[in-house]
Design a protein around this ligand. Structure first.
Ligand SMILES: [Zn+2]
Length: 108
């Protein structure tokens, strides 16, 4: 069991959080002391985790489809699309898609 999780509020990014019971599905619910909002962590939260975004982009560069990426990373297709859209704005990485990737060995 990992007790120290780096969970932060999706609304204000505060880490001043209190557990607030569980939902019917068994999802942990949280209450934020900072903005007084409630939220819960479901599988969609995965997309916010560090590394997932990079994985999505990497898989895109390996010409994996949005659906495949979602299945592999257990996130929804919409989440993948959202990340890609967001990323396209921030970094012009996707426009360099045709660039040769020398290190083509993907783990897995
Ligand atoms: Zn908050």
């Amino acid at each position: 069991m990992v007790h120290q999780q780096s969970i932060h509020c999706p609304h204000c990014e505060s880490i001043d959080l209190v557990k607030n019971g569980k939902s019917e599905n068994g999802t942990q619910r949280w209450h934020c002391n900072e903005c007084k909002k409630h939220f819960r962590l479901d599988y969609r939260y995965n997309a916010c985790r560090k590394g997932v975004k990079e994985k999505i982009i990497e898989m895109t560069l390996n010409s994996s489809g949005v659906r495949d990426i979602g299945r592999v990373l257990s996130i929804s297709k919409d989440t993948v699309t959202a990340v890609l859209k967001k990323n396209a704005k921030n970094e012009p990485l996707l426009s360099h898609k045709r660039r040769n990737v020398q290190d083509g060995k993907a783990g897995g």
